[in-house]
Design a protein around this ligand. Structure first.
Ligand code: ZN
Length: 113
């Protein structure tokens, strides 16, 4: 992979990171909804509010996991070992990284798990 390709992955990762961080501000509010005064929930019943809260927490967890992967990928870019499979040390197919630059394994290793 040349420097330009790595740089474009880096830009994508930084953009993704920024998007996820701005999204997590809104979802923090959603996760806090239950427990507030009923009027704050509006027309939602308490059950609906709890279901919405559960989903918000789940989404938040997924987002935090994604943020960690992105951070890891940015760290590997800084260390110069971006695009190398963490399991077998082979290069990860660039088309695979194009789908998600935060992948840490080549397709073969990912398939085995
Ligand atoms: Zn591998």
């Amino acid at each position: 992979m040349d420097e330009m390709q790595i740089n474009s992955f880096k830009q994508r990762l930084l953009q993704l990171q920024a998007d996820l961080m701005s999204l997590s501000d809104t979802s923090n509010d959603a996760a806090k909804t239950v427990g507030l005064d009923q009027s704050a929930i509006g027309r939602l019943s308490r059950m609906d509010a709890m279901r919405a809260q559960g989903m918000a927490i789940e989404t938040k967890g997924r987002r935090e996991h994604q943020l960690l992967s992105i951070k890891g990928a940015l760290g590997r870019i800084a260390d110069g070992d971006f695009g190398v499979c963490l399991t077998c040390d082979e290069d990860i197919d660039i088309r695979r990284l194009d789908v998600d630059p935060s992948y840490t394994q080549c397709i073969l290793c990912a398939d085995k798990e």
